[in-house]
Design a protein around this ligand. Structure first.
Ligand SMILES: *Cc1c(COP(=O)(O)O)cnc(C)c1O
Length: 389
């Protein structure tokens, strides 16, 4: 009674996090996927091999990760990359000079930087719009538009885009819809089910969940588009090593467990903060006061552990950041440990001041990535940090 990879789809989410895309090693029976640390594969004879020739193209450890995350997102194909940015860069190589992309104005700072400071040199053009309003998406699409690029919820202001409405527009206008699902993770949101063509992650964050590697992954359903991405992945070569692939694969095994705890802690801390500093200063889609709370409930099954808070000034922000003991001052998010950061001078430092201000990324804004520690310890830490503010 051996399970085949085709069986994976019939199991529920948490079962798939642990088993999808992986089988005990044929040679030894090892329950854990081997870390196949090799650059090349010995061929049996000229033109005869076991499906592996050179590790830029394929690696069994990487393939296990790709099958696993493809299953979690409800896709048919997964392509792992050496970082989230490497993934986005490779996806952008689907396009060419003269192509236009409509992108959310509030996307990850590094995404904006890649588009605005690098890809424009290659003749691609971008419109950054407030994708909370579907009409603005529709209005920004021109005959040259090839893709709609979305992130929801966004970093750090937790703004949402209605994925079903956006995909209806994308389908009607014949443009590809690409969604960065890093913040919600497939446990809480699966954009392919609401019509996205490609969903991707920085695996560095919730999918790995232990802050010990950098990676990216794209998942999709369409076979022809997958063949094009496979070609680019091998041609451009931004692929992850087997050790990092293995770490991400080990991380996804506890994704359901971790996300439930991130979410429980996130809700409790957001409510505490709302009472402490006022609803209007806390950005968390799980709060009834969030302007898009109804949409959040409709398209996500949980809200996760990312919260931003307006402290009122850079001095207040510095006070909080300087006082915390359990929250660690650091960039990044999605690990088991709680992190705290100052978007204006950290993740969004590469975004010009005028644009930052227009987006609402103020000097007083701080961002929390609530980990999976005991909520009481996190609350006590914040209680102390906010004393007198
Ligand atoms: C971190 C992040 C990225 C970039 O991923 P890296 O792995 O750091 O290259 C892209 N999008 C979002 C939402 C992120 O949080």
């Amino acid at each position: 009674m051996t399970r085949t990879f085709d069986d994976d789809a019939k199991y529920r989410f948490a079962t798939r996090t642990i088993h999808a895309g992986q089988r005990p090693d044929v040679a030894s029976g090892a329950i854990m996927t081997p870390i196949v640390q090799t650059s090349t594969y010995v061929q049996d004879a000229l033109g005869v091999n076991k499906g592996y020739e050179y590790a830029r193209g394929k690696n069994p450890t990487r393939e296990a990760l790709e099958r696993n995350v493809a299953s979690l997102e409800g896709g048919r194909h997964g392509f792992a990359f050496s970082s989230g940015m490497g993934c986005i860069d490779s996806l952008m190589k689907l396009f060419k000079a003269g192509d236009h992309i409509v992108c959310g104005e509030n996307v990850y700072g590094g995404t904006y930087r890649l588009m605005d400071k690098v890809l424009t040199h290659f003749g691609m053009t971008f419109s950054f719009v407030d994708t909370r309003d579907p009409q603005r998406i529709a209005d920004a699409i021109t005959p040259a538009t090839v893709a709609l690029f979305l992130e929801t919820p966004t970093n750090p202001l937790m703004r949402l885009t209605d994925l079903a409405e956006a995909s209806a527009i994308a389908k009607q206008r014949g443009v590809l819809m690409i969604v960065d699902n890093t913040f919600a993770s497939p446990y809480f949101q699966r954009p392919l089910e609401t019509g996205a063509d490609i969903v991707f992650h920085s695996t560095t964050k919730y999918l790995n969940g232990h802050s010990d590697m950098i990676g990216g992954i794209a998942v999709l359903i369409d076979d022809d588009l997958a063949a094009r991405i496979q070609f680019i992945a091998n041609a451009a070569g931004a692929v992850p090593g087997p050790m990092d692939s293995w770490l991400a694969l080990r991380g996804t095994k506890t994704l359901a467990l971790r996300m439930r705890q991130h979410d429980a802690n996130g809700r409790e801390i957001a409510q505490w903060l709302a009472k402490r500093v006022g609803d209007e200063r806390v950005f968390y889609p799980g709060l009834a006061s969030h302007p898009q709370h109804e949409l959040a409930k409709r398209q996500m099954t949980g809200f996760g552990g990312m919260i931003s808070v307006e402290t009122g000034s850079k001095e207040n922000a510095a006070t909080v950041l300087g006082r915390v003991k359990v929250f660690a001052l650091a960039e990044s998010l999605g690990g088991v440990e709680s992190l705290i950061s100052h978007p204006a001078s950290m993740t969004h430092a590469s975004v010009e001041l005028a644009r930052r201000t227009q987006l609402g990324v103020t000097e007083g804004l701080i961002r929390l990535s609530c980990g999976v520690e005991d909520a009481e310890d996190l609350l006590e830490d914040l209680e102390n940090a906010f004393t007198g503010l």
